[in-house]
Design a binder for this molecule. Sequence first.
Ligand code: SAH
Length: 357
Amino acid sequence: MTPLAQIIRKKIETEGPISVGTFMELALGHPEYGYYRTRDPLGRSGDFTTAPEISQIFGELLGLWVADMWMQMGSPPRFSFVEIGPGRGTLMADAMRATRKIKGFHDAARIVLVETSPVLTEKQKKTLVSYDVLWADSIDNPAVENGEGPIILLANEFLDTLSLRQLQLYRNEWYERVVVNKEAGFAFDVSNQVYDSEIAAYGATDGAIFETSPEREAFIRNLSGLIHVRGGAALLIDYGHDRAGLGETLQAIRAHRFVSVLEDVGENDVTSHVDFSALARVAKLADMYIYGPAGQGVFLESLGIRQRAEMLMWGKPPVQQKEIVEGMRRLTHSAQMGQLFRVMALCHDVNLRPAGF
Ligand code: SAH
């Protein structure tokens, strides 16, 4: 049993069953043993590979997206260029390289990385050594809140790290799904308290699962508040769906394979699909204008991924040309990341027209 599993076992022993959300929060974010506190999970030798690690074009196009938003805002002399959950800093490095010829952009951009992992912060420091960077541990931090000018924020595969709540149907009532101790480890169960909600049970049979994420919604509420006060825009990319529905998407991944959510706690990445419809609803209530969600494939094509790939291939040996084409294909093809990954933009001003939608 992992040290974190022992800690959670004790907690359940003394406090009773814990919600799926609390379990996920501890698995990923426990200050000492949480998955994201202890390792760099990315890449071939890690647990999963993300878009910026697949192709440099991803970060380049996102950088140009940010520069276009900045110009649409009237090229303000200062703005906060924020990335939350920046991994190895690859996306930010590609974004900055792609925008270095845009007049005034680098002078205006104050880069802020919002990160909780000490291991990844070290990597980001190395990747971005030639830039002035501020770090913050959340968006409710003076480095983000008190910046000058508007804010433009990028988040790729960040929302899915925020915890999930699961409800389960039993005799026409919804109950909170919880984790309990069993002799051999952990097991799922339902709490004995009816969850008072308006989720329609029509068509759902006993055992059906409905997922919500108060933590993701709270993040979008905070982000919208921030954009409302400072002006600006955000681009959110993650795997997920555009409409809420029944069904379980909670999953654990290790070394590029699905594994049990309840085993080896702290050693597996625990995630779930993001319900973009719920996030759009929260953002609209906070007076944001919403674009998307669109498929990542369509989004990147409309930002010119093909043209950029052709340019990159020019004069390169065939092996590298093949890599460039394969990277583009992985990001855009509907059988790969093109459909499952959704892109949504928020902005404060009706006159802004985020590119790619
Ligand atoms: N965007 C990167 C990394 C995605 S992995 C890429 O596309 O490659 C998720 C990232 O979110 C990691 O950098 C992880 O350390 C960070 N993270 C996890 N929980 C976080 C939190 N609560 N606040 C900020 N960053 C967090």
